[in-house]
Ligand binder design. Structure first.
Ligand SMILES: [Zn+2]
Length: 130
C-alpha cells in the first residue's frame, strides 16, 4: 500500500521515491514535534522545501478536509437520529453538532496537517522508479 500514490500520501512518504518520510516522526499522534518536516528526502534527497511559501497551498487542502469532516459529522448525527440511536435535530441543539465537530477536529488536527502537506507535495512531484 505504501508504494502506491495513495499509500505514499496517506503514510506521508516522499512522492518521488515513496520510501523516505516527509516528517521526522512517523506517528501523527506524537504531539511533540508532529510538525517537524524533513527538508529533503532521507532516501532519494528530493528537496521538500521547493520554494518559499510552497506549503501555503496546503492550507486550501486542509480547508477542504476540514469541511469534509464537518459534513461527515452532520451526516452521522442525522443518520444516528434517523435510525433511532440518538434524538437529535440541529435546530433544537446546534451545540451538540459544534462540540462534537470541534472535538473531532482537535483530535485529528495533526493528521489533517500532515495529510494536507502530503497531498499538496504529491501534486507537484512525480514518482520516479529507482
Ligand atoms: Zn524520496
Amino acid at each position: 500500500m505504501k508504494k502506491t500514490n495513495l499509500g505514499s500520501v496517506l503514510w506521508n512518504k516522499c512522492p518521488k521515491c515513496r520510501t523516505g518520510n516527509l516528517f521526522v516522526n512517523e506517528s501523527s499522534f506524537r504531539i511533540k514535534g508532529f510538525t517537524d518536516f524533513n527538508h529533503s528526502c532521507p532516501h532519494c534527497e528530493e528537496d521538500f522545501l521547493r520554494e518559499p511559501g510552497f506549503y501555503f497551498g496546503a492550507s486550501y487542502v486542509s480547508y477542504g478536509l476540514t469541511v469534509a469532516i464537518w459534513v461527515a459529522v452532520y451526516v452521522a448525527l442525522i443518520t444516528f437520529n434517523a435510525i433511532g440511536l440518538i434524538s437529535y435535530t440541529f435546530s433544537e441543539n446546534p451545540w451538540t453538532f459544534l462540540i462534537i465537530g470541534v472535538v473531532i477536529l482537535l483530535i485529528l488536527l495533526p493528521a489533517i496537517y500532515r495529510l494536507s502537506r502530503s497531498l499538496w507535495i504529491s501534486m507537484f512531484v512525480k514518482f520516479k522508479k529507482s
